[in-house]
Structures are given as structure tokens and as C-alpha cells.
Design a protein around this ligand. Sequence first.
Ligand SMILES: Nc1ncnc2c1ncn2[C@@H]1O[C@H](COP(=O)(O)OP(=O)(O)O)[C@@H](O)[C@H]1O
Ligand SMILES: [Mg+2]
Length: 400
Amino acid sequence: MARIIVYTGKGGVGKTSIAAATGLLAAERGYRTVVISTDAAHSLADSFDVPLGPEPTVIRPNLWGQESEVFANITRYWGTIQAYVASVFQWRGLDSVMAEEMSVLPGMDELASLLWIAEHHDKGLYDVIIVDAAPTGETLRLLSLPEAGKWWIEKIYPIGRRISQVTNPIVGRVLGMPMPGDAVYTAGEQLFARLEHMHDLLTNPDLASVRVVLNLEKMVIKEAQRAFTYFHLYGYPTDLVVCNRVLPADTGDYFAAWREQQQRYRPLVEESFAPVPIRAAPFFEQEVVGEAMLRGLGAAVFGDEDPTQIFYRGRPYTVGRAGNGGYALSLELPFTSKEQVRLNRFGDELVVQVGSWRRNLILPRLLLDAPTAGASFEDHTLTIHFDAPHHDEAKAARAR
Ligand SMILES: Nc1ncnc2c1ncn2[C@@H]1O[C@H](COP(=O)(O)OP(=O)(O)O)[C@@H](O)[C@H]1O
Ligand SMILES: [Mg+2]
């Protein structure tokens, strides 16, 4: 069983640097470690300051690096399906080169890179798999795809296959449209089985952790909050938040305002991600390239601790359906309290305050139109109730 650690965050916050630093520390502790970049804009080789290729390359004892290659991955995992899609586009009159290009459906490339995780895990050559993932939004969407795929394969696929077996020759003859053959269906089934396996690995809290890297800037924090919400929704365990590039106190006048601003955002980070632990790394005086700098960055984040440990277990909050067509968001609180719960909503943000304790959450999209309907407190759990979303009500009214 390999430990899987996925770093995500907005572009430029330091994902690659921190993934590489984690890899170096893990290897030095004796874990056979592979660091794999799935971000199409690779910079892992630059970070380690060594050449890397599409297959794992040895960097030093116990450490491998890999910059997965889009077209190789697609052929590997998607070949048969892609060829079929291309044939349909060509039938629609698209020129063959363009059909070939277009047949790489959005997201296929990054998803194919992620499939490497499952492959490394199953082969058992590594103790630790560290993933330098694409920027947050993308990764999120892709990470949730296996769930959608599973639904598709269970509900639609068997029906589609049966129908096509009956009608295929006829439809094909009449329309001239290329019909998916058995090979395409089989490839599809294998692919979805793989995606489901990958999803099972990534949602297993004993194996996988998603770690959020951020900088103390408004937009970066906001995006990280949103990502955090979706990780919860889809059940991806999050065990650490890394605040990178924190300006130290002695930066001089020029950076004084920057530093002040960073200090102002720090409490928001605590409110947004606690109880998940938050680590910080300073803004170094030079770029983080090569082993010495990576070791310094690793030491700032992890000190002497094992960077592969699971730093936090549990889901700080969950969202579920309630009986009345509404939803309930449950938060675990570190205390029991009879104090007044104050809820404040600004757009998709929900600020929960109990006494001096504050939590700042970004609501999942499905709760955006759902009015808050109070809160209740039991044991250590605060439940916030939401009525049915307005668009549901409108739908119901139309039906009446
Ligand atoms: N703590 C830090 N101090 C100084 N420079 C840093 C720090 N962390 C990252 N960098 C530099 O910032 C740039 C972007 O970092 P990178 O890890 O490539 O971000 P990402 O992968 O999130 O896009 C790189 O040039 C890197 O060397
Ligand atoms: Mg990067």
C-alpha cells in the first residue's frame, strides 16, 4: 500500500516546490518515493534541477521524478475510445487531423495523468506517491469525474450497449455513421473501472491526502476555500494546508504594506481551514531550485517531522439532504456550548460564529439558492439547516 499525497492550489503558489521538497524529505527518510507532475505546464524538472521524462527517472537514492506526457497517456488509456470519437467527427465532415485533435475531450489529458497514481499504487514499487497537480479548479473537476463515470457506467452504459447491439448494423447502414463496436464498449468499461479504482484510492483516508497550498492573498485564499469545500463534498481527505511565501518581519519598508496585508489574512486562513493543521513557509531570498533550497523549504514546512504522516483525520463538515427537501450542513466543533450561534451570509460565503469562535465557509453551489433556516447544536455537532433551494420551489410551483 502506497501513501498518496496530492498538492493542489492556484498557479504560482508553490505546489511544485512543496511537492518536490516533500519528495526529497521522504526519500531521505528511506521511503521509495516518486514525485509525479500532472500539470501540463511541468516545472518539476526545473525545481529538482535535473532532466525528467514521461516515465519515472531516478533523481537520487529512493527518489524518482516524472513529468507525465499528455499524448502518450491518452493513447495508453483512451486509445480505442479516442479513435472511435475521431471517426465520428470525421464522418461529420471534420478533416482527419482536426478530428484527431478534437477527439481529445476536455479533461481527458489530466485525467489520464492522474491514472498514473493508480498504476504506481498497484505495481507496488513505491512507498510514497506525491502528485504535483494542475491548478485547483481543474483538478477538482477531474477528481469528481470518476463519481460521474461510475453513475454513467451503472445506469446508462449497459442499456446503451444492449440497444446498440440490436440497432447498430441497421443504424450504421442507414446513416453511415460509425457505430461503437464491442471493442469501444470494452475499452470504456475498462477505463471507468480504472477511474473508479483511482477514485477509491484517492478517497481512502488511510492512504490518500489532498494538501492545499496557498499564499496570503485574497484571491488565492478564496480559491483554496472553494477547493476545500469541494474536497469535502466529494470525500477527498484533506490533512494539511501550507501557507507559502510568508514575508518575514525584516523585509524593510518596500514590503511593509505587503507584509501587513499578509498578516491581516492569516486569521482568515485559520477560520477557513481549521481544524485541518496549517503550516507556513517563508518567502525565501531566492527562488526554490535544487536540493539545498528544497531541503530548506521542506524543513520550514515539516521541521523534523515525517512529511508523509497523516496530519489530520476526519471531515470538518459534511452536507446532506434533509427530509423537507432542504439540506443540512454539519460542523464538528471542538467544544459544546449553549452560546448563541450567529450566521452571516454574503453570497456564497457563510460565516458561523459561536461566542469568540468563528468559521468562514464557502458554500457548495447546490446551497447557493437555499435560504438558511437556523441552526441546532447537539453534542459537538452544529447543524445548519437550509430550506429547499428557490429554484426547486419555483419548479414545484410550476408543477402545481
Ligand atoms: N517559499 C518560497 N520562497 C521563494 N520562492 C518560492 C517559494 N516557493 C516557491 N517559490 C518560487 O516561486 C515560483 C513558483 O513556484 P512553483 O512551485 O512553481 O508554483 P506552482 O507549482 O504552484 O505554480 C518558482 O520560481 C519557485 O522557485
Ligand atoms: Mg507547478
